[in-house]
Design a protein around this ligand. Sequence first.
Ligand code: ATP
Ligand code: MG
Length: 489
Amino acid sequence: MTIPKEVKVIIQKLEKKGYEAHIVGGCVRDFLRGVEPEDWDVATSAKPEEIKKIFPKSFYENKFLTVTVQAKSKDPKLKEIEITTFRSEAKYTDKRHPDEIKFAKTLEEDLARRDFTINAMAIDLGSKKDDLRIIDPFSGQQDLKNKTIGAVGNPQERFSEDALRMMRAVRFASTLGKDWEIEPETAKAIKNNAPSLKAISKERIREELIKIIMAERAADGIELLRKLGLLKYIIPELEKGFGISQNKHHIYECYEHSLRSLDYAAKNNFNIYVRLASLFHDIAKPIVKRGEGQDATFYGHEIVGARITAEILQRLKFPKKDAEKITKLVRYHLFYYNVGEVSESSVRRLVLKVGPENMEELLQVRVADRIGSGVPKAEPYKLRHLKYIIERVSQDPISVKMLKVSGNDVIKIINVKPGPEIGEILDILLGYVLSDPRKNKREFLEKEIKKLGQLSEKELKAMSQKAKKEREKIEIKRDEMTKKKYWVI
Ligand code: ATP
Ligand code: MG
């Protein structure tokens, strides 16, 4: 792994003007792990005004001393590089915003205000080529080697300054890879400070939650949130399912089943909608449960669950469109399908309710639900058959409605009274268009109508019947191809 030249150039320019400049934060961590960083951040002794002078193509939105410099690069990650003046944070009274942001004199001071040791390292480029030096005052390299997330300084204080750091700890534990653990004192401080998460804005919580959910180990992340006492300040509804047993159809209790469903969705790289719907699909079960033991029931859990899902997503300020989609997936996750038993029209109704654009995701939620229940197989044939029926009912029917002319046009053009020939002419025209879609143009069709108007009743009838037979063949062929696509017979 090398440091991009765009970043080097920025540092060299700052140094030439007599300022200190280093690569800092998450990108140093990722660089040392051999993982491509999300973005490259630079910290400097130059003040924002001074940075702006050196880089004319930059903007400063007065946000925490960070100036964004625009670089010429093909790599989108390098188009904008953030340069932040060394800073330290003074007192926090509200557990989320520093009361004032202060300039720091040294890099060490700047590193000390960062959250975790692995995020509190810097790279000094050095004067000669390739002689980088890692500046690591808090043993971040050691923690990186041991896969440990430890707070910089006193964890208790660090979490009471900014409670979101507790979620960040869980996020790093779930995104950095297998076997990462939160250092015991840091974990203890999270347990003590968990309630202060209430002070954090829902938007910041949502962003960290999304990062956890999008991790391959999303389910471990949620479980870690629970163990550390954070989950009840984020999604208390989910925690309610903990220890709630199900019935003879389930080996796992509600909460574990939800996590296993999410786990399958994450391992299969399903999108955020499917992951959240998999996690929430049974969220109402603890509420609607009636009876105990093998015969307990959960009637209506998908309806109540959809409402609760909508509430959670609204509370976490998810965009309305995303919330609606996830809610729909929860609402309809129980759809019933059996080959030969469920009619095409009921599949059509399902597609209408869920939306054709959401069907693929609904099926993914269904598979996640099933695998999350501990059954070994995902009903491949049944699901492929359902996919086939969905596509079949979603295809536009082949009909004269596809034509760029109508029965009224025929009546006007050849000046006849409404009668069977109108339909026959349209059938013939449809035959032309099916064999060559480019023929579906008004001008062409009008000319053909005039020609067909010259024919006898008998001739028209024969031609239209031939056209209809051709059409049937095309329909059968289309259906065969759809079947082949989904491997069904
Ligand atoms: P990512 O891969 O998500 O970008 P990152 O570590 O770069 O991870 P950012 O949110 O981009 O995380 O923050 C950049 C750096 O700023 C962090 O590495 C850390 O040093 C510091 N930082 C970010 N948020 C906080 C916080 N809430 N408290 C203290 N330091 C923080
Ligand atoms: Mg970053």
